[in-house]
Every structure is written in C-alpha cells, then in structure tokens.
Design a protein around this ligand. Sequence first.
Ligand code: ADP
Length: 166
Amino acid sequence: MKACYPGSFDPITLGHVDVIERAAKLFDEVIVIISHNPRKKCTFSIEERVDMIHRSIASLSCADRIRVMVNDGLTVKFASDHGIDAIVRGIRAVSDYEYELTQATANMMLDGRIETVFLIARPEYSFLSSSAVKEIAYNDGEFRSLVPEAIYDDVRKRMIEIRNEL
Ligand code: ADP
C-alpha cells in the first residue's frame, strides 16, 4: 500500500519526521508531498524545502521507501494519478482535528477511494509546528531539539537574514 503525506514543511520539523517514520511502518511506500500554494507566503522556496526534506530523511532506516514530490493541485487528484491509497495527516490538538475533519470529508466527497489516515502527534512534539520553530529561531531561542540536525543551520541562517532585512 502506498501513502502520501502532504504539507507545507516550511521547514520540516522533528514532528514531521516522526509522522513520516510511523507512516513508513504502516505503508510500503510514503510520498512526502510539498503542497505548493502560491497564495501562501512561505519562508523557504519549494527547492529549498525539497532539499531539506531529502537531507532530513537520508539517515532513516526506511529512507529507501520515502519519496519527495511537489504538487500544486488537489491532493486527491495527485493521489489518484499516482496510484496512492491513503493520505496521512498528523493531529496535535483539537484545533487540528476540526480543520483536518473538514479537509478529509471534502476529500472523501471528491474521491471516496482515497482514505485519510490520522496519526496522533507524539506528546513531546504535540506543541511543535514550523511556525513555532521560526518564531523561536527568529528570536534567537534554542531550537536544536525541534528540527533535524541536517537543516538546523539552514533555518538559523534564514532567520538571521530575515532579521537583518528589517
Ligand atoms: P499544512 O500547511 O498542510 O498544515 P504542515 O507542514 O504545517 O502543513 O503540516 C503537515 C501535516 O503535518 C499536518 O497534518 C499537520 O497537522 C502535521 N504536523 C505538523 N506538525 C506536527 C507534529 N509536531 N506532530 C505531528 N503532526 C504534525
């Protein structure tokens, strides 16, 4: 069975990596999809995010069953075009659940063959989001334990650049 894990990954965090690893235990192949939404302003370019995800998953034992792709359309359409059986999403809190329920129901209406599978965030990552990482990094706080080691410098450098631009 094949799953996809769509998101912004701006940037990828250890919470995302944990979901990827757990999804790889349930599915033969996991495609991490960077959902490209031109209306959403992101801190890292698509190319930077693809590269950061590749470097973050390189050392995982399941790395050979994970692929990274970019999609600028509907996730269900992408899934059906690529023979994907399920969409994996993470849930950290009730607020995530409300949003995810709407999305999953809409996707079910669009294509009932594609299931949505929710993975509950590990307690230590339940507060962790890409925006929290950026906020902490921007304010020079300690965020080494929140992102993969491989991308720590990328995030730190970008946040210094943004701070210096203002
Ligand atoms: P999006 O803009 O689609 O929400 P994100 O990159 O923020 O993209 O998140 C992608 C998916 O990963 C979402 O389902 C989100 O709930 C989940 N997620 C984000 N952070 C965590 C975390 N710390 N633990 C578990 N799931 C998470």
